[in-house]
Design a protein around this ligand. Structure first.
Ligand SMILES: O=P(O)(O)OC[C@H]1O[C@H](O[C@H]2O[C@H](CO)[C@@H](O)[C@H](O)[C@H]2O)[C@H](O)[C@@H](O)[C@@H]1O
Length: 283
């Protein structure tokens, strides 16, 4: 975990690459892209995915930071319009140019057009939608196992099951087989297995976005396994001369991400605090 300066509580990244990334963002904020995951990063994890909402300090922090940087983009596994709604991003002052890349980058919403661009879901999604309830029943998935309808994907959540970890393990292989049979992949996450179309991930989404806006520095902050490709993208961009900073919204559920991060903060409250401190430094 990076150490905190007394002056503004902006943590010092724990390695050289991260320190270079943060220095570049502070030196040339107008060239920086700030990429933020939604669930677990901007929004606290809650048992019912339909009740997830941005942390009360998250949008004010994003609003304070956005005017100083080239772009703020939310990159999420959620459908883009759901993230906009649950995040309260639609009418936030300072976020008039926000971009939300939903479904791991397959969908795009922007605050200027206020519309979602998305390709049609592949036919495999409809087939999985039909078969999934019967499969869960046949597997004896425990009470509380819940299917999230995501339009172009379906997610099976076990957080509210009697034994969430054990239920997830029982489902892992059969859901992988079902997904493969219909040309989909399984995206694992925090007590969730999502069956979704292949071909896009947060790493591709972030890299394409950084190139599109011509960014000269990048910060990415996430909390879950689906954020690992975005971490990989920042590491690759660093190798190509684009400084980057990796921030982990820390939790005990995904230690893999903390190990790769330059800075670990304490969940969504910590993320909001970090973004607020960065905005204050840039201001
Ligand atoms: O990419 P993200 O923005 O992090 O979205 C990933 C998945 O997040 C949601 O599930 C997670 O958050 C829920 C609400 O806190 C929690 O109950 C669940 O256990 C977590 O896995 C969302 O429901 C999924 O659709 C997203 O793909």
């Amino acid at each position: 975990m990076g150490s905190h300066s007394q002056q503004d509580s902006l943590p010092t990244p724990r390695n050289d690459a991260g320190r270079r990334g943060l220095e570049a963002i502070i030196a040339h904020p107008g060239q920086a892209v700030i990429g933020l995951d939604f669930d677990g990063t901007l929004a606290p994890i809650v048992p019912d995915p339909e009740q997830a909402r941005a942390h009360p300090d998250a949008v004010p922090a994003m609003s304070a930071l956005a005017p100083h940087v080239r772009s703020v983009a939310v990159i999420t596994g959620r459908p883009a319009d759901v993230a906009v709604r649950y995040g309260g991003f639609g009418d936030a002052p300072g976020l008039e140019h926000l971009v939300v890349l939903g479904h791991y980058g397959a969908e795009r919403w922007d605050a200027v057009s206020r519309t979602v661009q998305a390709p049609a879901p592949p036919p495999g999604v409809a087939a999985v939608r039909t078969e999934l309830p019967g499969l869960l029943e046949a597997l004896g998935a425990s009470r509380g196992t819940w299917i999230e309808e995501k339009g172009r994907a379906l997610a099976v959540h076990t957080r509210r099951a009697e034994d969430p970890e054990a239920t997830l393990e029982v489902l892992r292989a059969p859901l992988a087989e079902l997904a493969a049979r219909h040309g989909l992949i399984v995206e694992p996450g925090r007590l969730v297995l999502e069956l979704r179309p292949p071909g896009m991930d947060k790493g591709v989404a972030l890299t394409e976005y950084v190139r599109e806006v011509g960014a000269g520095a990048v910060l990415y902050c996430g909390d879950d396994l689906g954020d690992l490709p975005a971490f990989g993208a920042v590491e690759k961009l660093r190798g190509e001369g684009v400084p980057g900073l990796l921030v982990c919204s820390g939790s005990s559920e995904v230690p893999e991400l903390a190990g790769r991060a330059d800075v670990v903060v304490d969940g969504p409250a910590g993320v909001a605090g970090f973004l607020t401190a960065l905005a204050a430094r840039l201001g």
